[in-house]
Unconditional design. Sequence first.
Length: 411
Amino acid sequence: MENKISEDELLKKIISNEIPLYQIEKYVDPNKAVEIRRKAIATITNNQFTNINISSIDYSQIYNKNAENVIGIITIPMGIVGPIKIKSKYINNDIFVPLATTEGALIAGVNRGAKAINLSGGAKVVTINDEMSRAPVFTFDSIEDVDRFLKWLPEHEKGIKEAAESTTAHGKLEGFKATVSGNNVFLRFRYYTGDAMGMNMATVASEAASNYIEENFEGAKLIAVSGNMCADKKPANINSLEGRGKTIVAEALIKDEVLEKMFKANKKNIHNLNYIKNWIGSARAGSMTHFNAHFANIVTAIFLATGQDVAQVVESSGGYTITQERENGLYISVTLPSLEVGTVGGGTTLPTQKEALSIMGVVGAGQPEGSNSVKLGEIIASTVLAGELNLLAALAGRELGKAHQKLGRNK
């Protein structure tokens, strides 16, 4: 800290812009800085804040980690879905799932879908792929240099891998793929990142690998450690085709009698609706990867509750809902090709988010390493499955408007 000054004097200097908001921690401890910053904003904007506060958060624990220029917290209602009966490599249990949302009827609807899944024997889940990508882009003087570089890469894969992995105790470079556009080459690196979502890990490792390339191949110039072929926080077909984060499939076979009793619907109507709405409708609208009813609702609610990077809902909510009429019921599956989640690092260390993770038994690192983040992904996929089943059934039974009329409107 710099020379101490009184709180009143510090507040005056902030309001007069003599001391920037981001420098308050130079004069007082982080928790006091939040309080003073909040007072300054209240004065400048002529407001009185009675609900924005730090409460359960010790700001000294998140200073320079989770947010900057903090003045307090916002609160979002968090409800519980389930339990959902889930069976996978690491899960064979009934799981309660926390959802943070302001959309009335969402939790109730997903809960109804979960009950139907349970009455039909539960959800089965498989994780197909588990890799985080980062794609630096290099430029060259000519395409002749590009051609030489493409031949050079396989011969130096070991050196690139060693450089990348020197930055992390947990990350492993699984491989990379080159894509050429003119005199530019994009290298899409794929990393195993354990229980971390892994974006920061992949970035640091890719910077080290890029430095190795520049030092050992004359003419290679790094333009950016992220060339947008990752593709992070943007809808992109590459993530649907090759995966980013976790690629997970969840399925269930919903019995005919359950459909009739719970939804007053039948498998033929639900399947027909899914085909016309989620596939024909999405295709006609020019949807890139979102051939589903509302993956984003559930993914966002769990991301908020558990401290995930909410902006990654963009790619994490892409995916496909498939239904089939079977002899004894409705087959339904959801495929999430790019679900980016972790149970260590980032917002997962915040106190309320950590408690939400504890409800599902996935706090911190798993045993074996990486198992907790996989469990979280599979729980999300199962919850998405419940949400898709309920919404399709509600639409088939023309109940959607009634549900929102009852639960989703302020009266």
